[in-house]
Design a protein around this ligand. Structure first.
Ligand code: PEP
Ligand code: MG
Length: 922
C-alpha cells in the first residue's frame, strides 16, 4: 500500500490538479463542484497508473480495488442504482485522460456493468429491449477491443451480416431481436478471439478495464502522439481513469447526444457551435457513422433543452474564461455535461476569440496574447485557392479545417507515410473516415479528405488541431481502399493522382490549383499591435528586394535585419555583368564591370530604403563564394564539346567544298562554302570558344573542396576589395540621394564571416574613405551604422575585440550552427540528422531549432563579452532561427535587441517576442 490517495470522487478532487487527475478528470471534478449537472463518478489518479505500469506483475496497486469499491458505493447511493444489481443496474463509462489533451489517443469503454443478468434488469427498468441489447452490443465490442484486443473488423463483419439479413442500411433500422442476435454473435466472437468467456462479474469487468486504460498510456498510438507533439513527462505522466455513471442519449426521441463548442472553432464567431443526434450515443457523433444535425436545429426539436444548453455554454465560458469543447447528453429530458476541455481551434478562430473576449471583458490583453501559440499563427498565413483560378469542383464535402492543399492521393495512412514522409512527396490522405490509428498518416499529409463524418468527426478535429486543411463527409466520393481508387460518379481517382482540397469551402478539385497569399484580418492586426506593445525584442525581416521589403512591412516588420546582396546579383540583367567582373583578367577590366554594377546596386538599395523609411535597413556585403555565379565545370565542358564539334563540322564542310572543286564543279563548291558561312558565323564560334575556355580556367581556379568554409564573406572583400568598395559606395550614395530628398533612412552595413578584428579594420577603412568622398560629393553628413555578423566560432571568442570596431552584432546562426556542430548545412538534414532525431541522439534539427546548449552558449558569451567592451552594442539574429518561437524565447533571455526572419514569419515572431517578454516578467 503506497499510502497515497488513489481515488477521488468528483465532489472532492482538486479541479486544478491535472497532473494527478488528468485534464478530463480534473474538469469533471471542477464542473461538479461549480454546479453543472455531471453524472456521479470518481477519478483514479495518474500516480496509480504509473505505479501499475512500474509493476512488472501487472497487478493494480495495493488497495486500489478496495478504494474503487468504496467509491462505487457512493455512486450507487447518489444514483439509487446498484453495480451488478439485476433489478436496477448501475452502468458506468471508463475513460482515460492525461494532463495533456490527446484526443482519441487512448481508450474508453462504455456501458460497463452489463452482463446477462443486469441486461435483463436494464430491459425491465426501461421497458425497452432494443435499447438494452444496443447498449450491450456496444459494451461487448468496446470491451473486447480495448481490454482484449479483439479486432473491430470481426465485430463489424457480424454486424453487417445481421443488417443485410434484416434488409436495413441504417443501425436505427435494426429491431430488438436483431440486436439480440448481434449480442450473441459478439459474445461468440469475443470468446473465440479472447480465449475466455466474457466476464460476467462487473467488478472483474471494471478491474480489467482499469488495467486496459492504464496500459493504453504505453500503447503505440499514445507514444507516437506524445513524440510528435513533444509531450514530455513533466507535461503529462500517466493517464487517469474516469469512472462515470452512464447516461443515455439513446433512450428515445426525448434523448440526444452531442458535442458543442462555446464558439465556432473554424471562424471564432461568438455563437454556440456543434452537432447532435437524437436517440443516439456519443460515439455515433464522433465516429461519423450517422450524419449529425447542426446545433441550431435543437431549438426547433427541443426548445427547453436548447435554452438549457445556451445556459450551460454561458456558465462554461464564464468559469473557464476560455472556449470550451464539451460533450453533452440529454436523457429523457435531462441535460448532462459529460466533459469539457479547452477548445482546439484554428488560428483564425483563436485570434478572433482572443480579441473579442478582451472586448467582452472576459480576459485581459495579456491572457489574450498568451493563449495563442505563436507557431499556430503560421496557419493564418497559409495560402488559399486563387479566386481567379477557374476550376470546377468534382466533389463537395464539409469545410472541416480551413486552408487549401494539393497533393497526390493516397488511401491509407501507411502509404501516406511512405510517399509523404519517406519520399517527401505532397500527399492528400483520402479515407472513408479516419480513426485514431491513422494519426501517422495525418502527420505525413498536406491535407485530409473523407467521404463520411461531420465537422466534429475524428478527421476534422485532428486536422484542425494540426492546422492542416480538411474536407470531411464528401459523400459523393466512394473510396475503394483495396483497389486504391475512388469513384465520383463515373470519374476514377487512382493513387498518385493529384487533387486539391479547399478546407474553407469544402470543395475538391482534380489537379493542382494555384494559390494566393492570405490577407491579414483586422483582428490579427489588433492582436499583433498588442504584442508589439509587450515585446522587448524588435522584429525585423530578411528581405532582399523592394517587393520583399513591401511584403515585410505588410507583415509588420520594423526594418530589415538582413538584405543578402548576392540575391540581386542573380538577376538576369546582372548576371552577365557579374560574370564579366569575375572573369576579368586585369584590374581595369574588373573596374569596368563594377562601374556597370554600381548604378544597378544603388538603384536596388534606394528602392529598399524608400519602402522601409524610416526603419533601419541592414545590408550585408557580398557573402557567397563567387564561383556560385559561374556555370559549373561540367556545364562548361559540355558547352565546349558542342562548340568544338560545331567548329569541326564547319571546317569539314569547307574541306568538302574544296574537294568538290576537284570534281570540276567549282560553282557548287563556292555556293556550299558560302551557305555554310551564312548559317554559322565561324568567328563567333571561335570567340565563344575562347570565352568559355577562359571561364573554365577561372572556374577551375576558384574551385574549392569546401566552398562554404572557403573563399567567401569578408575573405572575398579583402582579396577583391573593389567588390566591397562598389557595394559600400552604392549603399552610401543611395542613402545620400534619399536624404537629399528628405527621406529618413538608416542604413546598416554588415560584414559577413568575420573571424578577426583585423578584417573589420580593413573594411572599416574602406567605409571611412568612401564616406568622406560621398559626404563631400553630396555636401551633407551620412548617418549609418557599421556592424558584423557573428557566424564563426572565433568571432564569438573574440567578441570583445570585434565590439570595439562595430556598432552592432548580428548572429548568423545558420553558419554558426554549422561551425559549432561541424555539420554541413548543405547535407546534414538529408543524411544523418533525421536518424539522429529519430533515435534521440538529438532532440531537434539544430538548423531549425536553435541549439541553446551549444550554439546558445557561444551566443551568451559573445553578448556578454561584446557588451563589456561596448555597453550599448546592439545585438540581433538573422539566421533561420530568428523566426522560430522557442529560439526567439532564447534570444530574449540572452539579451538580444532584435530578431530578423523571413517576411511570412514576422507575425509569428512578433507574438513569440511578446510571449517571451510576458513570461519572463512573471
Ligand atoms: C547565417 O549564416 O545565419 C546567415 C543568415 O547567413 P546565410 O544563411 O546567408 O549564410
Ligand atoms: Mg551565413
Amino acid at each position: 500500500m503506497s499510502g497515497k490517495r488513489q481515488v477521488f470522487s468528483f465532489e472532492e478532487g482538486d479541479g486544478k490538479n491535472k497532473q494527478l487527475l488528468g485534464g478530463k478528470g480534473a474538469n469533471l471534478c471542477e464542473m461538479t463542484q461549480f454546479g453543472l449537472n455531471v453524472p456521479p463518478g470518481f477519478v483514479i489518479s495518474t500516480e496509480a497508473c504509473l505505479d501499475y505500469l512500474a509493476n512488472e506483475t501487472r497487478q493494480l496497486p495495493d488497495g486500489l480495488m478496495d478504494d474503487v469499491r468504496e467509491h462505487m458505493k457512493r455512486v450507487e447511493a447518489a444514483t439509487g442504482k446498484g453495480f451488478g444489481d439485476a433489478n436496477n443496474p448501475l452502468l458506468v463509462s471508463v475513460r482515460s485522460g492525461s494532463a495533456m489533451s490527446m484526443p482519441g489517443m487512448m481508450d474508453t469503454i462504455l456501458n460497463l456493468g452489463l452482463n446477462s443478468e443486469t441486461l435483463q434488469g436494464e430491459i425491465e427498468q426501461t421497458g425497452d429491449a432494443r435499447f438494452g441489447y444496443d447498449a450491450y452490443r456496444r459494451f461487448i465490442q468496446l470491451f473486447g477491443k480495448v481490454a482484449l484486443n479483439v479486432p473491430d473488423e470481426l465485430f463489424d463483419a457480424e454486424f453487417e451480416q445481421v443488417k443485410q439479413k434484416a434488409h436495413v442500411t441504417e443501425d436505427v433500422g435494426l429491431s430488438g431481436d436483431d440486436l439480440k442476435e448481434i449480442c450473441e454473435r459478439f459474445l461468440t466472437v469475443f470468446g473465440n478471439h479472447a480465449g475466455r468467456p466474457f466476464p460476467e462479474d462487473p467488478y472483474d469487468q471494471l478491474e480489467i478495464a482499469i488495467k486496459a486504460v492504464f496500459g493504453s498510456w504505453g500503447g503505440k498510438r499514445a507514444v507516437d502522439y506524445r513524440r510528435e507533439f513533444n509531450i514530455t513527462p513533466d507535461m503529462a505522466n500517466g493517464t487517469a481513469v474516469n469512472v462515470c455513471t452512464m447516461v443515455f442519449g439513446n433512450r428515445g426521441d426525448d434523448s440526444a447526444t452531442g458535442v458543442g463548442f462555446t464558439r465556432n472553432p473554424g471562424t471564432g464567431e461568438n455563437k454556440l457551435y456543434g452537432e447532435y443526434l437524437v436517440n443516439a450515443q456519443g460515439e455515433d457523433v464522433v465516429a461519423g457513422i450517422r450524419t449529425p444535425k447542426p446545433i441550431d436545429h435543437l431549438s426547433e426539436e427541443m426548445p427547453e433543452m436548447a435554452r438549457q444548453l445556451a445556459e450551460l455554454r454561458e456558465k462554461l465560458e464564464t468559469h473557464y474564461k476560455e472556449i470550451q469543447d464539451f460533450e453533452f447528453t440529454i436523457e429523457r429530458g435531462i441535460l448532462y455535461c459529460l466533459q469539457t476541455r479547452n477548445g482546439k481551434m484554428n488560428a483564425i478562430a483563436m485570434v478572433r476569440t482572443s480579441v473579442e473576449m478582451v472586448e467582452e471583458g472576459l480576459i485581459d490583453k495579456e491572457q489574450a496574447l498568451l493563449r495563442i501559440d505563436p507557431a499556430h499563427l503560421e496557419q493564418m498565413l497559409y495560402p488559399r485557392l486563387d479566386p481567379d483560378a477557374k476550376a470546377d469542383a468534382v466533389a463537395q464535402g464539409l469545410p472541416a479545417s480551413p486552408g487549401a492543399a494539393s497533393g497526390r492521393v493516397v488511401f491509407d495512412a501507411d502509404r501516406a507515410e511512405i510517399f509523404g514522409k519517406e519520399q517527401g512527396q505532397k500527399v492528400i490522405l483520402m479515407r472513408e473516415e479516419t480513426k485514431p490509428e491513422d494519426i501517422h498518416g495525418f502527420f505525413a499529409s498536406e491535407g485530409i479528405l473523407t467521404s463520411r463524418g461531420g465537422k466534429t468527426s475524428h478527421a476534422a478535429v485532428v486536422a484542425r488541431g494540426m492546422g492542416k486543411p480538411c474536407v470531411a463527409g464528401a459523400e459523393g466520393i466512394s473510396v475503394d481502399v483495396q483497389r486504391r481508387e475512388a469513384h465520383i460518379g463515373g470519374l476514377v481517382i487512382r493513387e498518385g493522382d493529384v487533387v486539391t482540397i479547399d478546407g474553407s469551402s469544402g470543395n475538391v478539385y482534380l489537379g493542382e490549383i494555384s494559390m494566393v497569399e492570405p490577407d491579414f484580418t483586422e483582428e490579427l492586426n489588433r492582436l499583433l499591435r498588442w504584442a508589439d506593445d509587450e515585446a522587448y525584442l524588435r522584429v525585423v525581416a530578411n528581405a532582399d528586394t523592394g517587393p520583399d521589403a513591401t511584403r515585410a512591412l505588410k507583415y509588420g516588420a520594423k526594418g530589415i535585419g538582413l538584405c543578402r546582396t548576392e540575391r540581386m546579383f542573380n538577376d538576369v540583367d546582372r548576371l552577365p555583368v557579374v560574370i564579366e567582373m569575375i572573369v576579368s583578367e586585369t584590374d581595369e577590366q574588373r573596374e569596368a564591370a563594377l562601374d556597370k554594377l554600381l548604378p544597378m546596386q544603388r538603384a536596388d538599395f534606394k528602392a529598399i530604403f524608400e519602402v522601409m523609411s524610416p526603419f533601419p535597413v541592414t545590408i550585408r556585403l557580398l557573402d557567397p563564394p563567387i564561383h556560385e555565379f559561374l556555370p559549373s565545370e561540367q556545364q562548361l565542358l559540355a558547352d565546349l564539346e558542342k562548340l568544338h564539334h560545331l567548329r569541326n563540322s564547319v571546317r569539314g564542310m569547307e574541306v568538302l567544298a574544296s574537294s568538290m572543286i576537284l570534281l570540276h564543279d567549282p560553282d557548287q563548291a563556292k555556293q556550299e562554302a558560302a551557305s555554310m558561312r551564312q548559317i554559322v558565323d565561324i568567328d563567333m564560334v571561335e570567340k565563344t570558344l575562347k570565352k568559355k575556355e577562359t571561364m573554365l580556367k577561372k572556374v577551375r581556379a576558384l574551385t574549392e573542396t569546401n566552398p562554404m568554409l572557403g573563399h567567401r564573406g569578408v575573405r572575398l572583400g579583402i582579396t577583391f576589395p573593389e567588390i566591397y568598395s562598389m557595394q559600400i559606395r552604392a549603399i552610401l550614395e543611395a542613402a545620400a540621394e534619399c536624404a537629399a530628398k528628405d527621406l529618413e533612412v538608416h542604413p546598416q552595413i554588415m560584414v559577413p564571416q568575420v573571424c578577426t578584428s583585423e578584417e573589420l579594420k580593413k573594411v572599416k577603412e574602406t567605409v571611412d574613405r568612401i564616406r568622406t568622398e560621398v559626404e563631400a560629393e553630396f555636401g551633407h553628413k551620412l548617418d549609418f551604422r557599421f556592424g558584423t555578423m557573428i557566424e564563426v566560432v572565433r568571432a564569438c571568442m573574440r567578441a570583445d575585440t570585434l565590439a570595439e570596431k562595430v556598432e552592432f552584432f548580428s548572429f548568423g546562426t545558420n553558419d554558426l550552427t554549422q561551425a559549432t556542430f561541424s555539420f554541413s548545412r548543405e547535407d546534414a538534414e538529408n543524411k544523418f540528422l533525421p536518424m539522429y532525431n529519430q533515435i534521440g541522439i538529438l532532440q531537434d534539427n539544430p538548423f531549425e531549432v536553435l541549439d541553446e546548449k551549444g550554439v546558445g552558449k557561444l551566443m551568451d558569451l559573445a553578448v556578454k563579452w561584446g557588451r563589456e567592451k561596448k555597453p550599448d552594442l546592439s545585438v540581433g539574429i538573422c539566421g533561420e532561427h530568428g523566426g522560430h518561437p522557442a529560439s526567439i524565447a532564447f534570444c530574449h533571455k540572452a539579451g538580444l535587441n532584435y530578431v530578423s526572419c523571413s517576411a511570412p514569419r514576422v507575425p509569428v515572431a512578433r507574438l513569440a517576442a511578446a510571449h517571451a517578454s510576458l513570461l519572463n516578467r512573471k
